[in-house]
Design a protein around this ligand. Sequence first.
Ligand code: ADP
Ligand code: ZN
Length: 727
Amino acid sequence: MAQEELTPTPPPVVVRVALPVPLYREFDYLLPDATPAPAIGGRVRAPFGRRELVGICTALAPADAHADPKPLLAVMDTTPLVSAELLSLAGWLSNYYHQPLGEVFAILLPAAARQGASRRRTRTRIWSPLPGLDIATALQALHRAPRQRALLEFLSTQPLTTHGAILAAGFTGPQLNALAERHFIHATEVDTPPPPVANITGPMLGEEQAAAVRTVSASLGTFQAFVLDGITGSGKTEVYLRLIEQVVRSGGQALLLVPEIGLTPQTLARVQQRFPATVAMHSGLSDSERWSAWLACQDGSASVLVGTRSAVFTQFQDLRLIVVDEEHDASFKQQDSLRYSARDVAVVRARNLDIPVLLGSATPSLESLANVQAGRYRHLVLSRRPGSAEPPSFHILDIRGHTLDEGLSQDMIRVMQRHLDAGGQVLTYVNRRGFSPVLLCTVCGWTANCPRCESRLTLHRQPAGLQCHHCGLQRSTPHQCDNGHTTLLPVGAGTQRTESALERLFPDIPVLRIDRDTTRSQQRFEVQLEQIARGAPLILVGTQMLAKGHHFPGVTLVAIVNADGGFLSSDFRAPERTAQTIMQVAGRAGREARRGEVWIQTLQPDHPTLMTLVSEGYGAFARQELANRQRAALPPATRMALIRADALRQADATTFLTTLKATIGTQVQALGPAPAPIQRIAHRHRQQLLLLATGRAELQRLCLRIRETRPPAGVRWSIDIDPYDGA
Ligand code: ADP
Ligand code: ZN
């Protein structure tokens, strides 16, 4: 008895946990006796109602005698999984985008972590050709297996490539196994990661490139945001690589964020070649691959992470530089759950870490340029292409009163012929996929619409049928309209229609279509890219996909068939997006010795926006458009949030928003409720309320106040801060 009194039992401990539930609060649990305490930032398993959830410990406190919390089920990490830096970032995200902290963690952490995966990393597996293998003979033996052949070629130029890097470069496990079974390659396990920097020197930097590198390197170790504003092909990527090299050589890590579509095997190979300890993170990874990439960044064995949007949340041991390539790209904005902008989060993270962040683009967003104008971001300009490559010349084709052949004017067809005759390749940009965006009855005006959405169905030819591009609905092509007329006419041209028109007009020239429908198969896309790279005359037809990432040195003509309609759209960002698309597509032309031409068909040859863009360039356009936004009190001159509500009955969504609007007060301007740009998706009616304020603080206060509003049954609603789409 007396002895027991001498060793006092420690006071009970309460563990505060952020759980993935839609409530803006954390939950307290009792640490069971004899259980080691979790780390702050460690995972715990906790009972919640009838469920068991994995959450993150955010605080420990002595138990309050009056409260009686339930005990934790398990402590999973006694050392932090989430660093203090990431904890504070999560807090910022929760507060800024209005999402409960526990749900933020659920988005921030890889799925494997949430499911309780172990943090021990497997040893690095490295593949290389078998010593003494005669590569030429082996390659010949593989003439019937092109992917295996490509893989062996890859490994013979980059021996000692990690398993993850090979998968990231677009090869597969079965291909590796097949080559191993043929005794062409073998795997070895190593404890030491590959060297951070390979023995490869890049090209001599041009003057502007060197100046950009000098300026950013002078900022290493402090926070500063830079906009690297360089025309396509001006060598932005080379600037990134030089800066990453400095960081990595001195033992630090770098993060390179790229748009969804920009993370091609080619991009990755380019980075990997210079920095062998590179890992990739994108939507194509399995949960365990993503987890192992995350751990490699956390424990420092990866020096460089190349990733899409959500890679911005990765934890690093010693992150010293963040680069956002194509920072204007829409794919950096997440459109559901946590509606964050990876570009903006990158800047916030860089500020927290006191490191530089470099935002690169040939067409910087107006947000970033406004920050330059305000003196917050520094502007670095690359105005020339290296060597003799000149930027393309622009030409406007007035098609008012012209008869079009499936959307193509005779003038445009003649220009195409001229370029093909001269041995050039032609890139034709069309703003939508499918055959035609509207199927119209010429007798009664009926159009084929989606029964679940408000939108028109797109007619497709390969495979034939109608498709809803919003909800994915598919049905066969009708022979008559709802009123029994058989006078159905496809109106407007998508990529498939332009493709078939060009095949008819240029029967001797190969026509390659590149859009979301044709690039579903990575393999087919690679074959197309190879054919383009051979340089013989051909015609490319495609959507925005053509505007990103790829270099087409043989293209001498960029034909823009229907892009300028965007200048008329009601969406306030439409002119910016249209200008960016035109400049990005134009940037594919004339990379090599021959100067490229860009021809734009338009019904509005005198449109001031188009004129400025074409005659004075993107910078002049951006200044003019920023002034327009200022006058109209639109972002980035003001702060915007969008409140969306949807319900099966339109009145329910509208009534909810009207009630919400009544509580808003005068500091914030509320417009609406109004129908969303797509009024109905999958049977649900969508309404929205637009909030505008002069400063962030007012908007923030308002959203804090309303974010816990419970909607009536059947109504779903959300807050989108700094919305990108739909306003
Ligand atoms: P961007 O990222 O601006 O589109 P890249 O960095 O991809 O441009 O460069 C375009 C092309 O020019 C690439 O083939 C690249 O290897 C080459 N390049 C870049 N910088 C130089 C340089 N200083 N000297 C010679 N070639 C260069
Ligand atoms: Zn639909």
